[in-house]
Design a protein around this ligand. Structure first.
Ligand code: ACO
Length: 427
């Protein structure tokens, strides 16, 4: 039986239906509100607004739960691969052995880039941020690879092409930025191994593939693969709602991810830890800065809009630090600072009262550094991982019968009717 919420405005009573999700989350359906009352809702940052119904990812911020298609993130990180997880997110089910093999073969077939695309890179200034380059390159793909999307297919070729080529583009951007020869993918390598090969192999020092590094990269990308209606995913859905092509929508997602409050936080965390080390700041000094309302400094990698407890991805990422640092037989002083900072913040009243815990980005930079990934590529790594999530959300959005163009309202606070003043009369 449908439950209703009653709203009384200007003496008028309105019955608004309540929608309930499969995990018991409830929402008040306000679609008729403006038409019935003339009122709109006001929710900057959308903290209390559900923009869609989605069957892809479930998060419980209070309990620290994250599941893709119902499967706990811990199980996927332990047992799955990034390619299999991408399939799960987009197709809505785990692949059979044949489906997974076919996916891997196609990812391999699509991994080369049109040679003309190389000229894009060559004309960028050498200091250009790779996120800006990646966003432009993905947008440009429309001209090179027209969309052929069959939404009935579990995982269509346009999606596979994007997932495959984004990895080649990222590695190519890195090689060109260093003035090195680009390395082509190898058909005998898996998706993650091929990325490491394209990044680090060179004619004089061949890259020795290490299964633990490949595993760590799989886990890193699985942890980033989707996170329901976050800033970049919402950007993909909003841009897609105007019926633009999929490349343009994904390019918008990459741009949204770039910001330091979102995906750019992994780079910002390392820069913060380096600053602490370089300036010899003590942990209490850092916490005092983060708590000072007159100081724009925030503890990067801490806090989350949804998680009010430890981000489950951060727990797994912390374990990955031990694996990759152990493998490289190195001690990273930044990890020591990060762990001290975490301990101090978790026992500090300010952070406790505001439920600020480490998020996925707090330890991810340390994992990436240990893999040899340069700091300015960190957010690109996040983008490659998030791509299957964006595609899954794009597909779901395209098939949603309730889909309309995204067009929020506003409360206007500017001048009321105001006459035009000719130039000669302006003071
Ligand atoms: N350091 C210090 N104080 C913080 C932090 C932080 N990292 N995060 C939140 N706060 C404080 C705010 O100052 C605010 O205090 P107030 O109520 O006294 O004004 C309160 O906690 C609530 O913060 P909001 O910014 O309102 O929370 P919101 O949900 O809008 O923002 C966000 C979440 C952007 C993640 C925020 O916690 C932040 O800036 N964190 C640092 C950046 C970061 O790590 N981003 C990665 C997020 S995960 C991801 O996108 C992959």
């Amino acid at each position: 039986m449908t439950q209703y919420a009653t709203l009384t405005i200007d003496g008028k009573e309105l019955q608004l239906p309540v929608i309930e999700g499969s995990e018991g989350e409830k929402a008040i359906d306000i679609r008729s509100l403006r038409q019935e009352t003339g009122f709109i809702t006001f929710d900057p940052g959308f903290g209390s607004t559900g923009s869609c119904q989605s069957a892809i990812t479930f998060m419980d911020g209070e309990k620290g739960i994250l599941r893709y298609r119902g499967i706990p993130i811990e199980q996927l990180a332990e047992q799955s691969t990034f390619v299999e997880t991408a399939y799960l997110l987009i197709a809505g089910k785990l692949p059979t052995r044949e489906e997974l093999t076919r996916t891997s073969v196609l990812l391999n077939d699509f991994s080369l880039l049109h040679e003309d695309m190389k000229y894009f890179y060559q004309n960028y200034p050498s200091k250009a941020h790779p996120m800006g380059i990646l966003s432009a390159m993905v947008n440009a793909m429309r001209s090179f690879y027209p969309e052929l999307i069959d939404l009935d297919e579990d995982l269509n070729n346009t999606f596979l092409r994007l997932i495959s080529k984004v990895r080649t583009m990222a590695a190519m951007a890195y090689k060109i930025s260093r003035g090195h020869k680009t390395v082509y993918p190898r058909p005998d390598y898996s998706y993650c191994a091929n990325f490491l090969h394209m990044m680090f192999d060179n004619p004089v020092i061949p890259y020795e593939m290490d299964n633990d590094m490949v595993r760590a990269l799989n886990v890193f990308w699985i942890l980033h693969a989707d996170h329901e209606q976050n800033c970049s995913t919402a950007a993909v859905r909003v841009v897609a709602s105007g019926k633009v092509n999929v490349y343009a929508a994904i390019s918008a997602g990459i741009s949204a991810l770039w910001g330091p409050l979102h995906g750019g936080a992994n780079q910002a965390v390392i820069q913060m830890l380096e600053q602490i080390q370089k300036e010899g700041l003590t942990i209490p000094q850092v916490l005092a800065k983060a708590k000072d309302k007159n100081d724009p400094f925030r503890l990067m990698g801490f806090g989350h809009r949804v998680y009010k407890t430890y981000d489950p991805r951060a727990k797994i990422m912390k374990k990955m630090c031990d694996l990759v640092l152990g493998k490289q037989r190195c001690r990273d002083e930044l990890l020591k600072i990060a762990m001290e900072l975490e301990d101090a913040a978790l026992s500090d009243r300010y952070f406790q009262e505001k439920n600020l815990y480490p998020n996925v980005d707090f330890y991810s930079g340390i994992v990436l550094r240990a893999m040899g990934i340069p700091t300015n590529m960190f957010t690109v790594m996040f983008a490659i991982g998030r791509l299957p999530g964006w595609l899954a959300q794009w597909k779901e959005d395209s098939l949603d019968p309730l889909r309309r163009i995204s067009r929020p309202r506003q409360i206007y606070t500017g001048e009321t009717l105001n006459d035009y003043v000719p130039m000669r009369d302006r003071f």
